[in-house]
Design a protein around this ligand. Structure first.
Ligand code: ADP
Length: 268
């Protein structure tokens, strides 16, 4: 079959964006959106770059809430759909802006999801001076994933960041993600292990949440010869800033997580 003409349209639309990163996870609920939003904030806050965050997690678009722009609507302009600005140099586009309720896409069948992803990638107008685009994808390696990879196949994605918890069920699913990147020729930047430990805010002692598989993300990275980027502990402040839609990076500048995400942003 002929390649979808949308692939070239999307490549042209994104050709002005200097760097494009995908954030992937094998499972839902491991912190993929948390990492996507932290990374976007880190790029925007510390490096003063123009950053866009695209949330195509059709079945659980949590980005609007974490970025404090829930309930916003997409504006049409002559050149497409305009993203929502949450800061001077940080804008967000989420499927959540298009849904009547955050749950409504869960019941959609594949073709409708595909059509929405395609429309999103072809119609969003990112302007002409975006330095970075972070793309938050649905969890797993579903059909939607494949369509995202296909639609972006000529848009020269710079790489994927894989997010996992140290737990076996998550690690197993990340293996599929690694496979997916290899098949779709998306370079893997590395693995982030989220919720590795819990540091008690009172006594400061770090406890492993998944002691049997402690260091699982790092071991997996070694096995596949992929860079291990680092760990993010369970952090009640991170959970509450995500729920409130406030900026963790500026709110908790001394946190190890802020340090880690800013370092990562400046290395990319
Ligand atoms: P995913 O995108 O993988 O489905 P989310 O990023 O939405 O997962 O995270 C799921 C939930 O876990 C959210 O409520 C989020 O605030 C919380 N969470 C994620 N990572 C952490 C962490 N390191 N510390 C505390 N809470 C976290």
């Amino acid at each position: 079959s002929l390649p979808d003409p949308a692939i070239s349209v999307i490549a042209a639309k994104l050709s002005g964006v200097k760097k494009k990163y995908l954030v992937l996870s094998g499972k839902g609920g491991v912190g993929k959106s948390t990492v996507s939003t932290l990374l976007s904030r880190a790029f925007a806050t510390k490096n003063e770059l123009n950053v866009g965050l695209l949330d195509v997690d059709i079945c659980g678009p949590s980005v609007p809430r974490i970025m404090g722009c829930e309930g916003e609507i997409v504006h049409q302009s002559g050149s497409g759909w305009s993203p929502v600005y949450v800061d001077d140099n940080l804008c967000v586009m989420s499927v959540g802006f298009l849904l009547d309720s955050p749950k409504s896409a869960v019941i959609w069948r594949g073709p409708r999801k595909n059509a929405l992803i395609k429309q999103f990638l072809t119609e969003v107008d990112w302007g002409t001076n975006l330095d970075i685009l972070v793309i938050d994808t649905p969890p797993g390696t579903s059909d939607e994933h494949l369509s995202i990879a296909t639609y972006l196949s000529k848009a020269s994605v710079d790489g994927a960041i894989l997010v996992t918890t140290p737990q076996d069920v998550s690690i197993l699913d990340v293996r599929k993600e690694i496979d997916f990147c290899k098949k779709t020729k998306i370079p893997i930047i590395g693995i982030v292990e989220n919720m590795s430990v819990f540091v008690c805010p009172k006594c400061k002692v770090a406890s492993e949440l998944f002691p049997k598989t402690s260091g699982g993300g790092e071991a997996l990275a070694k096995e596949f010869e992929i860079p291990f980027l680092g760990r993010i502990p369970i952090d009640p402040n991170l959970a509450s800033t995500c729920d409130e839609g406030t900026n963790f990076i500026t709110g908790f500048p001394d946190s190890a997580t802020t340090q880690f995400m800013t370092d990562l942003a400046s290395k990319l």
